[in-house]
Design a protein around this ligand. Structure first.
Ligand SMILES: C[S@@+](CC[C@H](N)C(=O)[O-])C[C@H]1O[C@@H](n2cnc3c(N)ncnc32)[C@H](O)[C@@H]1O
Length: 205
């Protein structure tokens, strides 16, 4: 079984997903779950949002109207093909789509009011380092969200059966997440895990 070792190899895999037209839109069931999630994220005018692994920008498109003319969205992804599709959405000038690892974002410290990781956390190849980087860029009163539109069990089952390339891309259990987050300087505010989705809210401590 082949496992990805580098971001470059992962980018090639997701480039192919983009070429295959995957993850361009949310299906109606996903969208109704997202409709419940968006108010929980409490995104306000003027907020600075960091969207990790934005893919083809299907979420970014729904975030953009919420930040008004004074907010900003920094949406990054490893895959050039995903970013090219995202840019075709021609969102507001307050949105930047950047082809870059979330880990090597070059963003200022203490900057973002929200860090959003939708459908991406299992793919981070170095989770401790990525979380430490998120701790660096989140504002003191910021909130980080890690979400999937299905349960942890479902996403792990999906990855382990979907393709060799992502077979070991696992969303850790609550205990391991707690340790990872604590070591990076985050505390868990809430964690919901059901068929309605996986939703972890963390704040800097
Ligand atoms: C399953 S897709 C989800 C995309 C998007 N969040 C969505 O729900 O439509 C995961 C995305 O994360 C990206 N990704 C994985 N690891 C990343 C990293 N370290 N930094 C930035 N993007 C990453 C991949 O290239 C891929 O486009």
């Amino acid at each position: 079984m082949m496992h990805f070792q580098t971001d470059e190899e992962l980018a090639i895999f997701f480039d192919q997903c983009a070429k295959d037209g995957l993850m361009l839109t949310f299906d109606p069931e996903e969208q109704s779950k997202l409709d419940c999630l968006l108010p929980e994220w409490d995104i306000r005018e003027g907020h600075r949002i960091f969207e990790a692994g934005c893919g083809a920008g299907r979420l970014t498109e729904q975030l953009a109207p919420k930040i008004g003319i004074s907010g900003e969205i920094f949406a990054c992804d490893l895959s050039p093909e995903m970013i090219a599709l995202a840019k075709q959405r021609k969102l507001s000038e307050r949105v930047s789509f950047v082809c870059r690892s979330a880990l090597k974002n070059n963003c200022p410290a203490n900057w973002f009011n929200r860090i959003l990781c939708l459908n991406v956390f299992p793919h981070f190849l170095d989770k401790p380092k990525t979380l430490r980087e998120f701790r660096r860029i989140i504002s003191r009163d910021g909130v980080m969200w890690i979400n999937h539109l299905c349960s942890r069990e479902s996403i792990n089952h999906f990855h382990s059966n979907a393709s060799d390339e992502v077979a070991n891309h696992i969303l850790p259990d609550e205990e391991e997440m707690g340790v990872l987050l604590k070591e990076a300087g985050f505390g868990i505010m809430s964690l919901k895990d059901s068929d309605a989705g996986y939703s972890l809210k963390a704040i800097p401590v």
